[in-house]
Design a binder for this molecule. Structure first.
Ligand code: DP6
Length: 324
């Protein structure tokens, strides 16, 4: 009982930021992302009666501790759904360099869910697979699909209506993303801890939530019309609102470094010069820059020249989960 699946990471244009249920991961707001071709995880899952416990190998190394427990806990969900009690060997290769500032948990849990359910003999629809993946890491539920996907927050207490749906495939629009990797790495507040503290303590949090429905309908219009300015403006503003909530938290925090802000200003300067570009930032100091293919050269060169920038990684829209 073995299967292998590949899944790509995604970048949120409307951020998921806060949970209403932490154990089965139900969000307080809907979110929307673009799946990226440059960063992915390939995972094989092998269930066997011969195993006496789960085993997790990542990039050819045996993983123990918290990361192992998260994977094994997720395998429990798969076993439960299948009504089987077999242990598994999980073998993952991550093409998501930590340094690129993308959460490998998105591609990681999407690939694990796809390979695990297939290996154990569950034949899931994309929606069912997305709802299951969500319980490993929220943002991962969007990586089931290629191109643009929306995670509908849902209303059910049990989470059956909280899953991602496709908005437009990768072929719909060649929107590019440059990941700007900074040389200095921050003392980290994980996205999980950061969103929890913000929900619990930030007086700005309600303002964030109130702004989501308008951002969501606008960005969906923009994607449909391939309106770069509309999509870029909404995504950039949405990112700034998310990061603003962290300054109101107790204790307050920010994911930004000085170079983060230099990159943000450089993107604004590019726009002033007539080169359309917009930024978005997740739970870390690195910046992702949205741009169109015709401006790739000037975008890459400008970003590379910023002091404190270690690397630029370019990406195109990517595909959803595939089985190998
Ligand atoms: C800022 O999906 O990593 O990247 O559900 O706790 O695993 P958990 O969190 P995670 O959070 C991602 C937060 C974000 C925004 C986003 O990707 O939507």
């Amino acid at each position: 009982m073995k299967a292998t699946a590949k899944a790509h990471t995604n970048i949120a244009l409307i951020k998921y930021w806060g949970k209403r249920n932490e154990s089965i991961i139900l969000p307080t707001n809907s979110s929307l992302s673009l799946t990226l071709d440059g960063f992915y995880t390939t995972t094989s899952v092998h269930f066997s009666e011969e195993y006496t416990q789960d085993k997790f190998i990542l990039n050819e190394r045996v993983v123990e501790g918290e990361q192992y427990r998260r994977v094994s806990g997720f395998l429990d969900l798969i076993r439960q759904q299948a009504g089987k009690s077999l242990y598994a060997a999980v073998d993952s290769i991550n093409e998501v360099p930590t340094a690129a500032g993308f959460a490998s948990s998105a591609s990681g849990f999407a690939a694990l869910a796809a390979a695990g359910t297939k290996a154990i003999g569950l034949n899931m629809s994309d929606r069912e697979l997305s709802a299951l993946t969500r319980q490993g890491s929220g943002s991962a539920c969007r990586s089931i699909y290629g191109g643009f996907a929306e995670w509908e927050m849902g209303a059910e207490e049990g989470g059956s209506d909280s899953y991602a749906v496709p908005i437009a495939p990768a072929e719909h629009w060649d929107l590019r993303v440059a990941a700007v990797v900074l040389s200095s790495t921050a003392k980290k507040v994980s996205s999980r801890a950061g969103m929890k503290r913000t929900v619990e303590t930030s007086p700005f949090y309600q303002g964030w939530l109130n702004s989501i429905p308008t951002d969501m309908s606008q960005i969906k219009e923009g994607i449909k019309e391939r309106d770069f300015q509309k999509v870029g403006e909404v995504a950039e503003a949405n990112c700034l609102k998310m990061h603003a909530t962290t300054l109101g938290a107790n204790p307050p925090f920010t994911y930004w470094h000085d170079t983060t802000m230099t990159v943000m200003q450089t993107v604004r300067d590019l726009r002033e010069k007539g080169i359309p570009a917009y930024f978005t930032i997740d739970a870390g100091p690195n910046v992702k820059v949205l741009y169109l293919p015709e401006n790739e050269k000037v975008i890459e060169k400008t970003l590379r020249n910023i002091p404190g920038v270690a690397d630029i990684r370019l990406s195109r829209p990517g595909q959803g989960v595939t089985y190998l």
